[in-house]
Design a protein around this ligand. Structure first.
Ligand code: PXP
Length: 243
């Protein structure tokens, strides 16, 4: 089975900082602790309204971060220009609505091929590995492949929100989607809403090579400290992967 990377999303360190308008707590400081804590990457979402991560954060992350940076962006001209200039290791294209609290659903790639194909190409041209954040739907995966994305990130929100038999059905959807990724030659990532309690079944899906986790980890960091919170998540992922 391939290795499973943990990308730590540090957006909500910035949320906390922005609550007071000063420099503390610094999301870059968190990014610099990820390696020590056992994570393999840092993820940040530069939203159109800059509600958490700012342009200055992105510049500093790109310059100072000692792990691959995965920049989440909407497929807008402004964001593509920023990403092309900053050149993070990877970009995950997400849908974005101003009024949403968080990314509520996956990108609707079907029907948006003409808009997304040049975005994927413009980022890839700068050496950026592009992923599309999609619901675990076969047609979305096929469309992602068709627009030239080498990677997809499966939205785990429906799985995380479900309980009982419904959660099992959502898990099976993720498993089928991950298997289809392999058939299509797409690298498969997953994330959104993952916690200590629900991460293991997702981490055990063999085709998934990266999980991106943020909000829960930053919440737990309040109680146990950032490094310990990330370490514990990493341990659970390793246990799941070991079977
Ligand atoms: N992956 C993507 C594409 C996201 O947009 C988010 C949320 O910003 C995450 C993963 C992480 O989700 P959470 O903060 O719920 O762990």
């Amino acid at each position: 089975m391939s290795a499973l990377r943990l990308g730590v999303n540090i957006d909500h360190v910035a949320t906390l900082r922005n609550a007071r308008g000063g420099p503390h707590p610094d999301p870059v400081r968190a990014a610099l602790l990820v390696r020590e804590a056992g994570g393999q990457g840092v993820t940040a979402h530069l939203r159109e309204d800059r509600r958490h991560i700012t342009d200055a954060d992105v510049e500093r992350l790109a310059a100072e971060c000692d792990l691959p940076l995965n920049l989440e962006i909407a497929a807008t001209e402004e964001m593509v220009a920023i990403a092309r200039r900053v050149r993070p290791h990877a970009c995950c294209i997400v849908p974005e609505r101003r009024e949403e609290r968080t990314t509520e659903s996956g990108l609707d790639v079907i029907g948006a091929e003409a808009r997304l194909r040049p975005v994927v190409a413009a980022l890839a041209e700068r050496g950026i590995r592009v992923s599309l954040f999609v619901d675990p739907e076969p047609r979305q995966l096929e469309a992602a492949k068709a627009v030239g994305a080498p990677v997809v990130e499966l939205h785990t929100g429906s799985y995380c929100e479900a309980t009982g038999e419904e959660q099992q059905r959502e898990l099976e959807r993720l498993m089928r989607a991950a298997a289809l990724c392999r058939e299509l030659g797409l690298e498969c990532h997953a994330g959104h809403g993952l916690t200590y309690a629900n991460v293991k079944p997702v981490a055990a899906i063999p085709e998934i090579v990266e999980l991106n986790i943020g909000h829960y980890l930053i919440g737990e960091a309040v109680f146990s400290g950032f490094v310990e919170a990330v370490r514990r998540m990493r341990r659970l992922m390793d246990e799941a992967r070991a079977g």
